[in-house]
Design a binder for this molecule. Structure first.
Ligand code: PSU
Ligand code: MN
Length: 308
């Protein structure tokens, strides 16, 4: 049987030469953003990674292959509105049945780790949904983060979630969350949750902490790097979010449809302001992820004695 993991030539040679690579998820292209903003944002995220000196590897499933390093045409294909939303458990079936799909944080984290890419970027991770004590709706992202050693650069958990319950879940499962220049867990479109997190000032300081995660406590899980949305694009959308959640429950929307429905509906209710904020934080997170990937590489080179 052929290996279903298909890493582009450019990315595998970058990894072999130990150059910085950043993995990017594609559920945000397939389900998270409206068209054509989804294609524009995916390409802008790749460009932001390149501008910061790293190589982007957007991950998705196309024609029965897990592609690490989607081409522009493949990104466009996932953006057409027909692609599936793929968490880790959905990948084998999508490969066997040749169902094209965008990978969520959970699937992207797992695939990136198998491919040897230590850093990924997204907008906001999935988490504990409001009302989860009745619905049990907790994103597969969380379990994956508890068992997959990758850095996830994001703006916290998505604002439509129960952020406090999500933060508790991460604490219980030992997944560290570091604030990138902030002492407060951001809330996706907005910067404030009142939840305190340890702050790192820059990529070099983070690289030092991560080195100690391995050497001091043998950490085997992910680390979340929480980056606030750029201030000029912050949106306070609490009432619109409540309304969207209420409508979703009235319409019986649940399961994997819920998050895309809420993001889209909040976008409509805020006249596109939340979508603009989402795009801004996605591009900024891609840039920060690249800076971190470069700092981790420099740290690695120092340890290997290449740089004194
Ligand atoms: N970040 C965004 N937009 C998105 C997502 C993240 O700015 O659409 C996606 C990620 O792929 C994440 C998924 O894994 O939403 C969570 O979906 P769920 O709550 O169904 O697990
Ligand atoms: Mn869910």
């Amino acid at each position: 049987m052929q290996n279903p993991l298909d890493i582009s030539h450019e990315i595998s040679s970058a990894l072999n030469r130990n150059q910085p690579v950043v993995a990017l998820e594609s559920s945000v292209i397939a389900q998270g953003l409206p068209s054509p903003a989804n294609i524009e944002t995916a390409l802008a995220m790749e460009q932001a990674v390149k501008n910061a000196g790293a190589m982007p590897a957007t991950i998705g499933v196309i024609d029965g292959k897990i592609r690490v390093g989607l081409t522009e045409d493949e990104i466009k294909k996932l953006a057409e509105g027909k692609a599936a939303k793929l968490a880790v458990r959905d990948i084998p079936y999508s490969l066997a049945k040749k169902i094209d799909g965008g990978t969520t944080v959970s699937a992207t984290a797992r695939i990136a780790t198998i491919a040897g890419i230590p850093v990924m970027a997204t907008g906001g991770i999935g988490g504990v949904h409001r009302g989860a004590s009745d619905t049990f709706d907790i994103s597969a992202d969380l379990w994956e983060l508890a068992r997959t050693p990758i850095l996830v650069v994001c703006s916290g958990a998505k604002a439509v979630l129960d952020i406090h319950a999500t933060a508790e879940w991460l604490e219980t499962h030992g997944v560290p969350v570091y604030g990138y220049g902030t002492t407060e867990l951001p809330a996706f479109y907005s910067t404030s949750t009142g939840i305190s997190i340890p702050k790192v000032d820059d990529a070099d300081e983070l690289a030092e902490v991560l080195k100690l995660s391995g050497s001091a406590v043998g950490a085997r899980c992910a680390a979340i790097i929480a980056v606030p949305v750029p201030q000029s694009d912050e949106v306070l959308a609490a009432e619109h979010i409540e309304k969207a959640i209420h409508e979703a429950s009235e319409k019986g929307i649940k399961g994997k449809q819920l998050t895309p429905y809420l993001l889209n509906r909040v976008g409509e209710l805020t006249d596109g302001k939340s979508t603009k904020s989402n795009i801004s934080l996605l591009i900024n997170n891609a840039k920060v992820a690249a800076e971190i990937a470069c700092a981790l590489n420099a740290e690695h080179d120092r340890r290997m004695g290449f740089v004194v």
